[in-house]
Design a protein around this ligand. Structure first.
Ligand code: 5GP
Length: 142
């Protein structure tokens, strides 16, 4: 497996070199909206420590990301009036991974509504900003 590349796009977001629509942050994890959401509220949860994917992440960091993903899933059910949540996590190119800093997708779902294909359409900045604010408030209220 290749080694961790500190210039991947999520590493740049974690360092504050690129912006994101943040919904949650603590000392070990950051969560922000996917800019090409497969459904409204599609959120990515990352460990702050460098890890390419599940194959090299520390078990503690992975467990923490899971805890944060659960918190976001619970808040997203109300914030997006969702009927369910899809969790996805891809590892290496063969596993569907495109950005090589570990992340868990939390995708709010409505009954009978299919997810858009991956990276099919960039959402409008004002829509993402409003959704991030709503989800962050729902997370903080829990
Ligand atoms: P994966 O690596 O799990 O296949 O997916 C990477 C995800 O990152 C995709 O869902 C894609 O839409 C998202 N993505 C790609 N570039 C950016 C970006 O610059 N900012 C954000 N927030 N998401 C991104």
């Amino acid at each position: 497996m290749p080694s961790y590349d500190p210039n991947n796009i999520f590493a740049k977001i974690l360092r504050g070199e690129l912006p994101c629509y943040k919904v949650y942050e603590d000392d070990k994890a950051l969560a922000f909206l996917d800019i090409m959401p497969r459904a409204p509220g599609h959120t990515l949860v990352l460990p702050k420590a460098p890890a390419r994917n599940i194959l090299d992440v520390s078990p503690d960091d992975f467990a923490h990301v899971a805890r944060v993903a659960q918190k976001i899933a619970q808040a997203a059910m109300t914030a997006f009036d969702a009927d369910g949540i899809t969790i996805q996590q891809f590892n290496e190119g063969a596993g569907g991974q495109v950005v090589f800093h570990l992340h868990v997708h939390v995708i709010p779902r409505k009954s009978g509504v299919a997810m858009k294909p991956p990276a099919s359409e960039k959402e409008k900045p004002e829509v993402l900003a409003a959704q991030a604010k709503k989800l962050a408030a729902a997370i903080a209220a829990r």
